[in-house]
Design a protein around this ligand. Sequence first.
Ligand SMILES: Cc1ncc(COP(=O)(O)O)c(C=O)c1O
Length: 458
Amino acid sequence: MSSNNEPRKAIDLSHHVNKMSRSRGASPLKHIFQYLAEPGMISLAGGLPHPSLFPYQQLDLKVYTPDAKITPGEAVNSSMALSLPQYANGNQLNTLSKALQYYSGRGSPTLTALFYDFTARIMRPGYANWQVLLNSGSTDGWSKVVNLFCEPGDYIIVEEHTFPSAQALWAPMGCKGVAVKMDKDGMIPEDLERIMENWATSHPGIKRPHLLYTVPVGQNPTGSTLTWERKKAIYEICVTYDIIICEDDPYYFLQLPQYVAPSERSGEAPQGVAIIEELLVTWGQDGYLRWLLGIRENYGIRRDWIVDIVRDVFDVLPAGDDYDNDFIAVIKGHGKDTNPVPLFSFSYPKGGMFLYIKVHLGQNPDFKALKDAGEEEPDEKWTREFWQELIQEKILVTPHWFYAPVVGPGEEKKKEPDVAFFRLAFSYESREDMYIGVQRLAKAFGKSWQNLTDYNVV
Ligand SMILES: Cc1ncc(COP(=O)(O)O)c(C=O)c1O
């Protein structure tokens, strides 16, 4: 905020724009759209097709009502009709003749205005002259950011486990990822600071990274969510080193309430939800938010399913200081063993749709055998074999190398040794199938840690 409490203007970041984008000129044909909107204008200018040639007369849809209760596994019976006519009739201004017509490069002004209003109310940007640019989803938006700012060969700051499609855009440009360490609360600011502070010595003569890509909520694949303190710290570091932060935030509305064990669950909706709903009533604003909140509730239920199931199928114990996760899973019925073998550690996902488990290989007999045989990358070999065993058992999860930062042409960053990671998505399967899936996982763990079969759980 500036001194008179008006939000300040955005800082000028135009020096980050790459050479190609700087040399782009505006299309004169797009420029005329602003005049087209003037009342009474007769246009013999653009070559727009006449809407009578569009092959659609009317669009009739049946959609859920915004307050429809979508409980996993249950049918929704609350629906409403939505109709888009070809031409304006009465109050209905959204028409097919407009929706299917050419627009300015910024896309539909009506939709832009809607998202502008939504963003202003919900996200409350901290500066005055912000804008909304429509795109076709997160990947498309990110590709535009990359094409605007990155030169071939640039370094891009990413999380230690990163969303692969985001890299697929810049890797062919010869760009390279700089991986920042992360834990259950997301990217670790101190590590970012360390990288930037040492850049001149670690990369002599090479341009400093000036773009940071992060998934701040329900990170894909780790399920971590950046804390407010970390966000502030990362922001300060980026201001110091002149780095643009690009938040890819598809899971913003999937910030989940804290996991509570079934025995302590009251069955009531968490307080925060009621408060937001009340706000919505006051705003009189849109079913859209109501709908998003319903989706969030749904994912909350699904998150609870996977965690409940893991706690049921394995024995789950507090992890202690030796781990960067909150819990360790050991084989069920570890009996009198007071120091049971940790199979994997994990933390409860606080957002998004993924549970990321970190498998501890130190006491795995196959892994030890690979190490003893002098295998160069025993953990990678073990993980690939184990992943195939999981597939044989008909349980499909994604392994850590899917998310490895690309650090050079055809080169991926190596993860820490003696561990493996798998991502379990809780977005899709039914509770029953999730249960069977986690049981299959446990069976594969039991088999692989042969010395644990004494516990008779397999
Ligand atoms: C972090 C992240 N970004 C982007 C996407 C894809 O988004 P979109 O389909 O809108 O391109 C996903 C989907 O998995 C994702 O997890």
